[in-house]
Design a protein around this ligand. Sequence first.
Ligand code: NAP
Length: 246
Amino acid sequence: MLEGKYAVITGGSRGIGRAMAIEFARLGANVAILYSSNREAAEKTLDEMKVYGVYAYAFPCNVASFEETKNVVEEILKVFPTVDILVNNAGITKDGIMLTMTEENFDMVVDTNLKGAFNMTKHLYPTLMKRKSGRIINMTSVAGVMGNAGQANYASAKAGMIGLTKSIAKELGKRGVTCNAIAPGFIETEMTAVLSEKIKEAAVKSIPVNRMGRAEEIAKLASFLASEDAAYITGQVIQIDGGLCM
Ligand code: NAP
């Protein structure tokens, strides 16, 4: 379904990004993953991708940095002739109620989750424009759709991702580039592993499907959105949350 495509996935070393990288490779895409600091996890993901006989690379890059993302895109375009698919997935949380949330924790979350997507899209925009085809997939969250107490920074960044997605979809639609957002609910990854059992149990109770989601389930949706079959879907926020937010 993605044979011969060139994909870039930020935050591809672990969790949802890792599942997407492996699924894209399984479907025939060559994949460059970006990660923050966990080289070991990135290498494990690379090994799993290479099993499928595709080109796979991992680059350390702080997506919050305009300079670093500019440089990494230059590096990627040395090993890939082009980029067809960009997945802005890298994300962090620094939870806390407004009373205790520091300016630093607000900025860090917005800079990684939202500005990171701006940075990568900005630097790959000329490539996608010239190519007249392509896919951008932004990882938002149900928190960006409905808000979440204790996550003002994260929900703001994820709501911003939705505005970014719709704007880019409007700008690039005529050029054959689609831009969509995926809004997961509670997915089992290291990001949610830090939540207490009590919070997780309460979350599961509020999910009609009665369980947390799996990273692989997000990867299936992302691979469809990345495919030619999804050419008529753009500017959408697709929730994948077991019915949590409706
Ligand atoms: P995760 O398991 O914590 O993995 C985060 C990934 O992002 C890692 O690959 C990490 O790299 C990378 N990363 C973090 N900061 C970065 C930075 N500044 N620059 C580059 N890469 C960076 O997270 P996840 O649960 O898979 O979440 C993936 C995305 O889905 C995030 O945008 C998250 O907000 C969103 N999401 C997750 C859930 C959920 O329930 N898990 C729900 C809704 C939305 P290292 O390995 O080097 O640290």
